[in-house]
Design a protein around this ligand. Structure first.
Ligand code: SF4
Length: 315
């Protein structure tokens, strides 16, 4: 049996009565496709594999699902309630004692909100116990429909951090994007701990803000504006796109599945506003030929939001 398929998933497959199973893996796990398909075929299932890029549960392989009875989506927790999909979280372990490395940057006199990604959410209580044993008060916020695990954050949702309501957070995970996002979403101080290397740092949003300010100023000169509306299952913000297009007669809504530098270049607009995955504007601006603003940033350009009310985009 494939180790990537949990006993719960095998049980759900059996009870679903499915005969053909579609598989969807994120990029970092795609190498596990052949062994997973082999295990399912050995168990008597026919298999359809989605080969398209996948970065989140917001991008379900509906084409592959249309050829199958059920879809197994690997690596992410659900972002919405969609029938016919089994979510197989993939857990990445680390030694919870690594949390000790973060204690020098945390203030023991105030509660610490604990946040992480879905891959590490199963270790949240153990990390909390390590810190509590050292005298810290730990708060883990509730999940919601988009982030169902306690303390879980996504690049498009920091609701669990808001629910914790603390003035400092410890983010356990790689990179600093989520930590910066929590800082911008809550106004709190955020310490980021890489659970593999033990490297610990304070998340600093100032560089991101400076870069975004430059793009906002460039966008003020745009004579044509494309409002990007994603057709992906969990990124489609139609009402928001309609609101944004109503702010200026020079704006048009552009429906897209994949947002690529080439497609934006060929469309030829002076500026785009991204209502798809928020990370596109923040992480990938250097790849794009013209400013790609978040919805709140575009509201600043159009004068319906003050710069002092700058907020990070969330779905
Ligand atoms: S919208 Fe972006 S950040 Fe949110 S789940 Fe999808 S890929 Fe991840």
């Amino acid at each position: 049996m494939s180790k990537i398929l949990s006993s719960e998933t095998w049980e759900r497959l059996r009870s679903s009565g499915a005969r053909t199973v579609a598989l969807q893996f994120p990029e970092g796990l795609k190498r596990r496709v052949p062994e997973t398909a082999a295990a399912l075929k050995e168990a008597g299932y026919a298999v359809i594999i989605s080969g398209d890029p996948c970065y989140g549960a917001c991008d379900l392989a509906t084409d592959a699902l249309s050829l199958a009875d059920i879809l197994i989506h690997f690596g992410h927790a659900p972002v919405d309630d969609r029938p016919g999909v089994i979510y197989e979280f993939v857990q990445f372990d680390f030694d919870p004692e690594v949390a000790e490395k973060a204690t020098s940057l945390l203030n023991k006199d105030q509660p610490v909100g604990l946040i992480t990604t879905v891959q590490h959410a199963h270790l949240t209580d153990k990390v909390a116990a390590v810190l509590e044993a050292r005298g810290f008060t730990i708060v883990v916020g509730d999940g919601n429909a988009r982030t169902p695990c306690r303390g879980q954050v996504l690049g498009c949702s920091y609701a669990s951090a808001r629910s914790a309501g603390t003035s400092q957070f410890l983010y356990v995970g790689t990179g600093v994007f989520h930590a910066i996002g929590v800082g911008l979403a809550t106004g709190a101080r955020v310490v980021a701990l890489d659970p593999y290397t033990g490297f610990v740092q304070e998340a600093d949003a100032s560089r991101l803000i400076r870069r975004r300010f430059v793009q906002i100023e460039k966008a003020r000169k745009a004579e044509t504006v494309g409002i990007i509306l994603s057709t992906k299952t969990g990124q489609r913000r139609e009402d928001l796109a309609r609101h944004l297009v109503s702010l200026s007669p020079v704006a048009d809504i552009i429906c897209m599945q994949e947002v690529s530098p080439d497609s934006l270049l060929n469309l030829g607009y002076d500026c785009y506003v991204n209502t798809a995955c928020p990370r596109l504007a923040y992480d990938d601006q250097v790849r794009f030929p013209v400013p790609v603003l978040s919805p709140p940033e575009y509201e600043i350009v159009r004068g319906v939001r003050d710069w002092d009310d700058y907020i990070i985009d969330e779905i």
